[in-house]
Write a protein that binds this ligand. Structure first.
Ligand code: FES
Ligand SMILES: [Fe+2]
Length: 345
């Protein structure tokens, strides 16, 4: 069950050019490409004639020509040419998806086109703020349902076990978490005061602020259904007022992860780590991008294996623990949206 009336990231903007890119979102196969003027078009990946995937065709100017008998479609999906005849059957055409390029990502809308309001795209301010920098264009393809990835990101207590060589430390799993939910979002917050930082943060604050002591650390998660995840993280020299609202002595990062469902048991993770430190040292983009890539790869391994077990086993027991609060609330919010949409009716 996937929400239809939602914007889903199908690709980073930099992936979409004058070559046809085919990707499946919520079990719907879609092609995207850029017109000569630079606008992104999104069409269903099946010709209305005999269903050849349009990804096997080619671009002719702004139009997409099917690779079988040459029917040609404009960026709105309208058939504009049928080779060998002068008339075009009135019903000839393919589905066009509303599409928007925003925050360096390409978003498609799967539901009713008249409800495709651009204002419903979640605010990813860190990607629009010139004071924040980072490497974009990064992604993983996972062999798990997207809600397993949501769960993973909502419960960062796993860092202590999965990411102990980078961002994990005992303080993460031991910290008190505060979970809140309104009708649009779930938020989870965790503070880890006065401790020797995990390796990633120890090195980051040393390089960025020449500080090598204990820190106060925070994680502030915002989840917006169905699969949009924003995590504000950071560390500051201990007792410098970060928790009271003054993070100026610290260094901050923001993980954005858009967990687009592909099929029932696969998904995409479009992610970036933006930061507000060492912003003039762009080689740091690559270094931190690689470090975060490596630690997220540890999650990919876990999630793929978790999904295998879920599929292989019958009568699964599922015991919840306190750290699951955010993930459970996220699932409830998605469920409620599905009910509102009538998908579950
Ligand atoms: S299948 Fe596309 S033109 Fe025939
Ligand atoms: Fe993780």
């Amino acid at each position: 069950m996937f929400l239809k009336n939602a914007w889903y990231v199908i690709a980073w903007g930099e992936e979409v050019g004058r070559a046809i890119l085919a990707r499946t979102v919520c079990n719907e196969s879609i092609v995207v490409y850029r017109t000569e003027g630079g606008k992104v078009a999104a069409l269903e990946n099946a010709c209305c004639h005999r269903q050849l995937p349009l990804a096997m065709g080619k671009l002719v100017g702004d139009n997409l020509q099917c690779g079988y008998h040459g029917l040609t479609f404009d960026p709105t999906g309208r058939c504009v040419a049928v080779p060998g005849q002068s008339t075009i059957p009135p019903e000839a055409g393919v589905r066009r998806y509303p599409v928007v390029e925003k925050y360096r990502m390409v978003w498609v809308w799967l539901g009713a086109p008249e409800q495709a309001d651009e204002a419903k795209i979640p605010h990813l301010d860190r990607l629009a703020n010139p004071d924040w920098v980072g490497k974009t264009g990064q992604q993983f393809h996972l062999h798990c349902n997207y809600e397993l990835l949501n769960d993973n990101l909502m419960d960062l207590g796993h860092e202590t076990f999965v990411h102990i060589t980078s961002i994990g430390s005992e303080e993460v799993v031991a910290a008190h978490i505060k979970t809140t939910r309104d009708e649009n979002a779930v938020r989870v917050e965790r503070w880890m005061p006065d401790h020797d930082p995990a390796p990633f943060w120890k090195s980051a604050i040393k390089l960025a602020a020449q500080y090598d002591g204990h820190v106060d650390r925070w994680q502030q998660i915002e989840f917006i259904p169905p699969c949009n995840y924003i995590l504000h993280v950071g560390v500051a020299p201990v007792g410098t007022g970060a928790r009271q609202g003054d993070k100026s002595r610290g260094i901050e990062g923001c993980v954005i992860s858009i967990n687009t469902p592909e099929t029932d048991h696969t998904c995409w993770q479009f992610w970036t780590f933006m930061r507000n430190f060492q912003t003039d040292q762009r080689d740091v983009d690559e270094k931190i991008g690689q470090a975060v890539h490596d630690l997220l790869s540890e999650d990919v391994l876990i999630l793929n294996e978790q999904q295998k077990n879920l599929l292989a086993r019958k009568n699964i027991r599922k015991v919840d623990i306190g750290h699951d609060a955010g993930g459970i609330q996220a699932r409830r919010l998605i469920q409620r949206r599905l009910e509102e949409e009538g998908t579950l009716a």
